[in-house]
Write a protein that binds this ligand. Structure first.
Ligand code: CMP
Length: 143
């Protein structure tokens, strides 16, 4: 995909909405674009991982020990947990449609955060939302 299209897509990702065009260009230039087929596993529970994934298009489901614990759609992100604490992946993320992702490695991710600390805030808000959902879901932490 052309860089201008990538910048356009990135600017529509809520996490990066506060970045300037110049900063988005920087992210778009270094990140890797990857596509996945429906049914393909994008990240695997237990694996080491340094990739942070932005879902540019498509849908995916999150499975822990084979059980669905969440779903992800265009504009959302995943893979931040293993990247942040350098521990194994907490879940599988599996494409449920054709998926296109932009993948940032650890250094690119922290580089983007350095450009705008608002990214951490947005990331934290989403992490708390997912934690809350996990706690109230059947079979979640409180049930
Ligand atoms: P990570 O552990 O690196 O790899 C699996 C990813 O799945 C994880 O990061 C999160 O981004 C995502 N994930 C884990 N649990 C949930 C959940 N309950 N809802 C949505 N996404 C999740």
């Amino acid at each position: 995909m052309a860089e201008t299209d990538r910048v356009e897509l990135l600017s529509s990702v809520p996490l990066f909405s506060a970045l300037s065009k110049r900063q988005l260009k920087g992210v778009a230039a270094t990140a890797l674009e990857r596509t996945f087929q429906p049914g393909e596993t994008i990240v695997k529970q237990g694996d080491k991982g340094i990739g942070f994934y932005l879902l540019l298009s498509g849908n995916a489901e999150v499975l822990r020990a084979g059980q669905k614990v969440g779903s992800l759609s265009t504009g959302q992100f995943f893979g931040e947990m293993a990247l942040v604490d350098e521990q194994p992946r907490t879940a599988d993320v599996k494409a449920t449609s054709a998926v296109r992702c932009l993948v940032l490695n650890r250094w690119e991710f922290w580089g983007a955060v350095g450009q705008d600390p608002e990214i951490i805030r947005a990331l934290f808000v989403e992490t708390v939302r997912r934690l809350r959902a996990a706690q109230t879901a059947p079979g979640g932490l409180t049930e």
